[in-house]
Design a protein around this ligand. Sequence first.
Ligand code: HEC
Ligand code: HEC
Length: 154
Amino acid sequence: MKVLVMFVVCLPLLWITSCSDSETTENEEAFLQSSTYGSKSHNTGSDCMQCHKKGGGAKGIFTVAGSVYQLDKSRPNPNGLVFLSALANGREQEVQLNVDGLGNFYTTETVAFGKGLYPQHKSSKDTIRYMNDAITNGSCNSCHGRTTDVIYNY
Ligand code: HEC
Ligand code: HEC
């Protein structure tokens, strides 16, 4: 009888502990990716990976993320596409991401940067802007809006 009581009391306790233990990991390991017209993102212009990194406290560890603006460099530029290509101005795109309705893009998908990938942005008005240098770090807003201009397009 004693054993049975312990079993009944401890089992739910164990379950609760293991549940809350795995919560942070599950949060970080969640698969997230931006979609056209999506509105789940926030903090447009901020360096997303300051929080969306391992141990950063936010849901999802982003491999590529950032924000795009209109020509005035202040209004968000929603619903375009971001590409990463192995070649400068390349048409072979290794990665394609939809910019969401708030001008942000993000993914938790593993990205093989290798020796570097060249970013491009294609706006919803179909204008493409190419970055001339390759990147090995997908945290676009760690440079854009900080050490260089924001990403902007028509
Ligand atoms: C200061 C920290 C911080 C910064 C910077 C930040 N985030 Fe977050 N983000 C959070 C936290 C905290 C949550 C709350 C959700 C959670 O952890 O469950 C969240 C949630 C989200 C979600 C919702 C996830 C879901 O489906 O529930 C998205 C999408 C997102 N952030 C995208 C971004 C993007 C894109 C950027 C950069 C433009 C960014 N975040 C910058 C802390 C941050
Ligand atoms: C290490 C810093 C750095 C990172 C990280 C970075 N950029 Fe850039 N980006 C620059 C600089 C500097 C320029 C201007 C010179 C050039 O084109 O190389 C630029 C130019 C651009 C341009 C063309 C000019 C414009 O603003 O329209 C686009 C588009 C662009 N980057 C997109 C991205 C995207 C998308 C990411 C993330 C996937 C990214 N960049 C990550 C530094 C960075």
